[in-house]
Design a protein around this ligand. Structure first.
Ligand code: GRF
Length: 190
């Protein structure tokens, strides 16, 4: 399975995939890493692992359709079977979904459909839930609305801050993402 990974930030989810690949516990190859900003630390992680990268920034107030088309073209140039959004903070557009819909997955730091959007850990904490978690889902045109592929529960502890809770969720999120990619690769084999 040839996968593209899209990042915006720290890239620890990407690192989990790269580590699993290096350990031969990932049934897939990361063939390209794309980012929407050149400060994304995930780019350095990819370079370290010898994976080609591209950056295609969205300029504020710019042409969304043109950005979408060019981003899609850059991913498509690498002949990928699966796209993984790994902390990618932009919504992919219609051109992207036209090409990669049904084979693009994302992870979310909450148990969807609870707490969608940018602040899953903060919202879970504010709501006072005792259990939250992480979800891997298929990307559609909505915000965190796609078909759920896998979930794992994570406890909220009494003295949690948003940061400590998010960190605990991310540990589960990394493992769940690796597992889900392997399951998808396995389905592709049969
Ligand atoms: C993850 O929790 C992801 O679900 C959220 O941001 C985090 C990304 O972390 N949207 P990283 O950039 O992979 O370290």
């Amino acid at each position: 399975l040839r996968i593209a990974v899209l990042v915006s930030g720290t890239g620890s989810l990407l690192q989990a995939l790269l580590d699993a690949e290096a350990d031969h516990t990932l049934n897939a190859t990361v063939v390209v890493v794309g980012a929407d900003n050149d400060a994304a630390q995930g780019l350095g992680r990819a370079e370290q692992a010898g994976v080609p990268t591209f950056v295609h920034p969205f300029v504020k107030g710019g042409d969304r359709a043109a950005w979408d088309a060019e981003f899609t073209r850059q991913v498509a140039a690498h002949d990928v079977d699966l796209v993984v959004l790994a902390g990618f903070m932009k919504l992919v557009g219609p051109a992207f979904l036209g090409r990669f819909g049904g084979r693009t997955i994302n992870t979310h730091p909450a148990l969807l459909p609870s707490f969608p959007g940018m602040h899953g850990p903060r919202d879970a904490l504010a709501h006072g839930v005792k259990i939250t978690g992480t979800t891997v889902f298929e990307v559609d045109a909505g915000v965190d609305t796609g078909r759920i592929l896998a979930q794992e529960a994570v406890p909220v502890l009494p003295d949690d801050s948003v940061e400590s809770l998010h960190e605990r969720i991310k540990v589960a999120e990394r493992a769940l993402l690796v597992r889900t990619v392997n399951e998808l690769a396995h389905q592709g084999d049969s």
